[in-house]
Design a protein around this ligand. Structure first.
Ligand SMILES: NC(=O)c1ccc[n+]([C@@H]2O[C@H](COP(=O)([O-])OP(=O)(O)OC[C@H]3O[C@@H](n4cnc5c(N)ncnc54)[C@H](OP(=O)(O)O)[C@@H]3O)[C@@H](O)[C@H]2O)c1
Length: 325
């Protein structure tokens, strides 16, 4: 019999879930010990279906990378769907995992859990110290609930049932599997698409939104997957030593931020767009700086490996494969 744990990766067709599957496989985890279900096969907002799945599939571990994810426009337009779907998915998966004897689970949140005016770089203990950014508050509340679900199950069932549920909060991610949708993509995929289209259509110049001066942090998605597996596999004593029962989540970032203009220049170089890049100060900049403090994770022995230049190169290759005709 295989000694490898049976691992359920929820959201395996998403950018992060697919990277976690790649990472597990790269670390030698056999494919037949990784369980996946598409959204069509298993709607995670359906409690009865989730309970039935866990009772049959009986995973040993769970990576919860399924979520309803979107940009400002989607969050603003569909706030009810964002809070409902995410709360239901987390509650269903975490509770069904517990009921079926799953000892280890990793929940993926997001940096939007932190207050809008959190001190930079944002430390884990900034959680619940201030008002959230209103545009994605429903999503952020659901993500905070996910952390608190994990902590509450640990506190109630940690000693009696050996429950050990952990949370990681990634910064902005990019890489293979990203969403390049025009109206609904994050900064890096939007820039890749714009500069690519400008190159192939010989557009003389490209304007980026805002002044280009806001600073943001970006992490390559395979680094995120490596960090997820790292955190999941830390011995319980080590994890407990670096966290607290009611402040247990761990930031995942590369520790460095760059200006939006610098990112645009790097994307343009990667894509091969050689025209001028303008800024459009009539468009909003957003918050001046967003950087995670990842010292907790660094202290646990993990650091990002992939730099922006090489990450962008891989992301662009994926874009060309999926979108270029
Ligand atoms: N991307 C980033 O920059 C970023 C940054 C910080 C944190 N994160 C976090 O990382 C996690 C994964 O994000 P991602 O970028 O990989 O998102 P993604 O590419 O949109 O993937 C999400 C996955 O969840 C699945 N899903 C959604 N609703 C479902 C449902 N009701 N039942 C079953 N499956 C469902 C989706 O399937 P369908 O597409 O078929 O619906 C998709 O495969 C999220 O928790 C997100 O908050 C992402």
């Amino acid at each position: 019999m295989s000694t490898h744990a049976k691992i359920y990766v929820a959201g395996h067709r998403g950018m992060v879930g697919s990277a976690i599957v790649r990472q597990l496989r790269a670390q030698g985890h056999p494919a037949d010990r990784i369980i996946t279900r598409t959204h069509a096969e298993l709607d995670l907002t359906d409690q009865a279906a989730v309970r039935a799945f866990f009772a049959t599939a009986k995973p040993d571990q769970v990576y919860l990378a399924a979520a309803k994810v979107g940009g400002i426009h989607a969050n603003n337009t569909y706030p009810a769907e964002f809070i409902y779907s995410n709360l239901m998915m987390e509650a269903n998966v975490i509770d069904a995992a517990f009921r079926n004897g799953v000892k280890k689970l990793l929940f993926l949140g997001s940096s939007c859990i932190y207050p809008k005016l959190a001190e930079q770089p944002m430390r884990e203990d900034a959680l619940l110290t201030g008002t959230l950014e209103p545009t994605n508050e429903p999503y952020a509340i659901a993500k905070i609930a996910g952390i608190k679900l994990c902590e509450s199950y640990n506190r109630q069932y940690g000693n009696s049932h050996g429950v050990d549920y952990r949370s990681v909060m990634p910064t902005n991610l990019y890489g293979p599997g990203d969403n390049y949708h025009l109206a609904n993509s994050h900064v890096i995929p939007a820039l890749i698409r714009r500069f690519h289209e400008a190159k192939v259509n010989h557009v003389p110049n490209v304007a980026i939104w805002g002044t280009g001066t806001p600073r943001r942090e970006f992490l390559y998605v395979d680094d995120m997957a490596a960090a997820s597996v790292h955190v999941m596999t830390l011995p319980m004593a080590t994890y407990r030593q670096h966290t607290q029962p009611m402040l247990s989540h761990i930031n995942v970032g590369c520790g460095e931020d760059v200006t939006i203009f610098q990112v645009a220049q790097t994307v343009a170089r990667t894509v091969g767009y050689t025209g001028p890049i303008h800024t459009d100060a009539s468009k909003p900049d957003g918050t001046p700086r967003k950087l995670m403090d990842s010292s907790r994770l660094n202290g646990l022995g993990w650091k990002a490996q992939v730099g922006l230049e090489s990450g962008l190169k891989a992301a662009y290759e994926d874009f060309l494969e999926r979108y270029s005709s």
